[in-house]
Design a protein around this ligand. Structure first.
Ligand SMILES: [Zn+2]
Length: 270
C-alpha cells in the first residue's frame, strides 16, 4: 500500500507503509517536519498534512453539508451566532481565516466547526443554552479544536497507522456520501453523515481548557461552561446520537472536574 505524504510546505513524496512506519519509528520523519511544537497546548503534535490541505478537505465537506442540510432562516439565532462567533474567533487569534457561520434547521443539540473556519450550529442546540455565555462555551470548545489543529493531528495519526484517506477524498469529490462521511468524521463533523468518530480524551480536555480561556478573553463568563456541561449531561437522551462534544470520553465527571481546575487556575471560585 502506498501512502502519499505531504510534509508541511514541501512537495508530496510517496512512501509505502513499511517505509513510513520505519521512518516514524526511527524518528527521522518526525525530525524532518512532522512533529510540531504547539505552544498553546504545551506539547508536540504529529502533523503530516498542511493547513492548506485541511482547508481544502474542509471546503468539500462543508459544501456537501450545505447541500444536504436545510439552512435556518431564524434571524434571532443567526444573529446570535454571528455575534458570538467572531468574538471567540478573535480571542483565539484566528480572525485571519474567512469564517462562515450557518444555523441549520433541526432539533438536534449539535454544533461543529471545520478547519478553515466553517461553523455550523443546529437550531436544537440553542434550546439547550440559557444565554450567550453558553453559546460561547460551545463555540469556544469547537474553535479550540481548530486552533489546536486536532483534525490535522487525527488525520496524521490515521495516515501513520496506514489508513488510506485518498479513497475517501475521491469519494467525497464524486459525491459519495459514505466517503464524505469519513472525511467529515476526521474533520469533526461526521454526525452530519451518520458517522461518529469522537475526538480522543486528550483532544476533548484540551478543547474544554482552551475554550474557557477564549470565553474569558472575549468577555464571556467562563463559569457558564460548567452550567452548560452539567445541563447537557442531565438532559442527555440515550437514544439520540450524542453531539461531538458529548462523546463518551472523557467521562462527564472527568470533564467537569478538569474544567473546575482550569477555572480556579484562572482565578474563579467554583
Ligand atoms: Zn470536542
Amino acid at each position: 500500500m502506498e501512502v502519499n505524504i505531504t510534509f508541511l510546505d514541501r512537495e508530496p513524496i510517496e512512501l509505502n507503509r513499511r517505509q513510513l512506519v520505519k521512518g516514524l519509528a526511527a524518528g527521522y520523519i518526525v525530525a524532518l517536519s512532522g512533529c510540531v511544537d504547539n505552544p498553546a497546548l504545551g506539547r508536540q503534535q504529529l502533523l503530516l498534512v498542511s493547513e492548506a490541505q485541511m482547508t481544502e478537505l474542509s471546503a468539500s465537506a462543508w459544501s456537501q453539508i450545505r447541500q444536504q442540510q436545510k439552512v435556518s432562516t431564524n434571524k434571532t439565532l443567526n444573529n446570535r451566532l454571528k455575534t458570538v462567533g467572531p468574538r471567540i474567533v478573535n480571542a483565539a487569534g484566528l480572525q485571519n481565516q474567512p469564517w462562515e457561520y450557518t444555523v441549520f434547521q433541526g432539533n438536534e443539540a449539535n454544533a461543529f466547526v471545520l478547519p478553515g473556519g466553517k461553523v455550523g450550529f443546529y437550531e436544537g442546540i440553542f434550546k439547550r443554552m440559557e444565554n450567550d455565555d453558553q453559546l460561547a462555551t460551545v463555540m469556544g470548545h469547537e474553535t479550540a479544536h481548530v486552533a489546536a489543529r486536532h483534525s490535522a493531528e487525527r488525520y496524521s495519526q490515521q495516515m501513520a497507522a496506514g489508513v488510506g484517506m485518498q479513497a475517501a477524498q475521491v469519494a467525497l469529490q464524486s459525491g459519495d456520501v459514505s466517503g464524505a462521511g469519513t472525511i467529515a468524521a476526521v474533520l469533526g463533523a461526521g454526525l452530519q453523515f451518520g458517522v461518529l468518530l469522537p475526538y480522543s480524551r486528550t483532544h476533548e480536555l484540551e478543547a474544554d481548557r482552551l475554550g474557557v480561556v477564549y470565553m474569558a478573553k472575549a468577555g464571556y463568563d467562563p463559569r457558564q461552561s460548567l452550567r452548560f456541561w452539567q445541563n447537557m449531561t442531565a438532559q442527555r437522551n440515550g437514544s439520540a446520537p450524542p453531539p461531538e462534544f458529548m462523546s463518551t470520553h472523557p467521562s462527564d465527571v472527568t470533564r467537569i472536574s478538569a474544567l473546575q481546575t482550569q477555572l480556579r487556575s484562572m482565578g474563579y471560585q467554583v
